[in-house]
Design a protein around this ligand. Sequence first.
Ligand code: ASP
Length: 323
Amino acid sequence: MKTILIIHTGGTISMKENKATGEVNTDGEHPLKELSTFLKESIEIKDEILFYLPSPHIRPDHMLKLGQFIHEKLAEHQYDGVVVTHGTDTLEETAYFLDLFLQTRKPVIVTGAMRSSNEIGSDGLYNLMSAIKVSSCDEAHGKGVLVVMNDEIHTARNVTKTSTSNVATFQSPQYGPIGITTKKDVFFHHKTTSHDSYPIQHLTKNVALIKAYAGMDGTIIEAVCNSGANGMVIEALGQGNLPPETVPALKNTIEQGIPVVLVSRCYQGVVQDTYSYEGGGRKLREMGIIFANGLTGPKARIKLMVALEMTNNPIELNPMFSY
Ligand code: ASP
């Protein structure tokens, strides 16, 4: 019989709706603690409540604690897989952090819910059951951290929350899910490419995320540079271009030894050093800006935080962002 560890961290999946006021919150008692009655498969479940937090309250130190907790639990017991329940707002950041941090081939599945436990059409229990199914599936081994929601299996690297309230919110733009779940089964239909992981001990670096816009100047970049930030991620325009007025502030940031990573504010495609006008990708690359290969801004930020625990040398950081 397989044994699966469920780690609850909070989020809507752990909440209830107050029927009189419509407010949604935790009420001190986890609604999905007793699962055995719902499980048809012979799977032994152990569960732990690590946090009871809405996911906008999750910080990098919580992510690290969760990662270390998973390592400890996997070292002390032969669990076959792990399921993490998490609020959906920052789920993709925690899932991607775990993907970069964990050193295991065992399935680690992150799930959540868009509707709390007593709302009509609540998806929490269903998603949790699907996640348990995937975590106990042999084929899920060695695929990195996966996100299971709404009958789909996504990689932590590519998945993102696309809708504020639709239950089909988690999508992997451009790539799609790597598998699906049905009432009885799990079907993988894509192989995952190899992924990188970093055995860090701390997650303390301060990395800012900035979104570019038409007419942007250097004000925000200068403010971040002067704030003591250790790194900066910029969601640039199109293929990786910025308004020319940002360039002096960017040059100064790089001269101060603060690494700058570039992603696109487009939700598909990768940044490229194509344009050689002032602020164009070619000029930005020549200036020493690091181009990230297809990550979203929040995920590039998590990766830069992790990478900065090992080096802040742009020559060493560059290849880490080419994956
Ligand atoms: N605001 C909630 C959270 O992220 C949303 C959810 O869990 O679906 O905790």
